[in-house]
Design a protein around this ligand. Structure first.
Ligand code: F6R
Length: 260
């Protein structure tokens, strides 16, 4: 794993944007895996700016989102569909037919999940998967105890995850109980996993995921098994890492050709 610690989320998100932008420039038909939530907001803002100011071209790019709530329409203001259009897709030149977000209203969910997996494979697999992390260590909505080799499927949200998103649904009670999420096996098939985490609230989950044992109880810990996992943190999210000084030294002394 490459652990990059930055003074704040702004610097961290700039590095993440450079990684995504470089891929899109080098591979105009790149396949991006995308996350929602607070964490990638600045990354998406940076990508929109790069599109507007330096012509970063998303015309050939395909995307697959990690997850969507079950039982709410895409037009719901707190759906992940609404989020993605509000923060990214409406501001760049991606074509609608290359945008894939799980359908939370699918009539036959298992069949739909198989279709989603097949669509990722047919697109050539995900080049870079953007990830946030839950306070309980989830990635996507693979809650603790998720199979480390799981594929896209329906999951029941933990109370902790429902509380974390209560604001968008007028309180805890209103948060849907189920989601469709890519599995940990699906995420691990991505060529690069780019996990971002900001704030003290994420410090414990990050310490367990990065320096703890690989365990289904901390789903993000599976990234220790990924050949190209890049973890970009602000100081607060990194505050419980035992080897923080080492990670910082490594990053500052990277040879030029390895720099992001
Ligand atoms: C969202 C997702 C989740 C979030 C995680 C962190 O698509 O898959 O795993 O990345 O819950 O959420 P924030 O960024 O809001 O703290």
């Amino acid at each position: 794993m490459e652990i990059i610690i930055q003074p704040d989320s702004q610097h961290a998100s700039q590095i993440a944007a450079r990684i995504v932008a470089r891929l899109v420039r080098e591979k105009p038909h790149a396949v991006l895996g995308l996350a929602t939530g607070n964490t990638p907001l600045q990354l998406y803002r940076n990508l929109v700016l790069m599109h507007r100011e330096s012509g970063l071209d998303f015309g050939g790019v395909t995307s697959f989102n990690l997850d969507e709530y079950v039982g709410i329409p895409p037009t719901h203001p707190s759906s992940f569909h609404s989020y993605m259009w509000a923060h990214l897709f409406s501001h760049i030149d991606m074509t609608k037919d290359r945008i894939n977000i799980p359908d939370g209203l699918a009539a036959d969910i298992p069949a739909y999940c198989r279709f989603y997996e097949q669509a990722i494979r047919s697109a050539g697999g995900i080049d870079v998967q953007v990830l946030g992390i839950g306070t309980n260590g989830h990635i996507g909505f693979n809650e603790p105890s998720s199979s480390l080799s799981s594929r896209t499927r329906i999951k029941t949200l933990t109370d902790e995850s429902r509380l974390d998103t209560a604001a968008g649904f007028g309180g805890h009670e209103g948060v849907p109980t189920h989601v469709i999420t890519m599995g940990l096996g699906t995420i691990m098939d991505s060529k690069i996993c780019l996990l971002l985490a900001f704030g003290k609230k994420k410090a414990k989950a990050i310490a367990k995921a990065v320096e703890g044992p690989v365990t289904a109880m901390v789903p993000a810990s599976i990234l220790q098994m990924h050949p190209r996992a890049v973890i970009i943190l602000d100081k607060d999210a990194a505050s419980e890492l035992k080897m923080a000084d080492y990670y910082t030294w490594v990053y500052e002394h990277k040879p030029d050709w390895q720099k992001h």
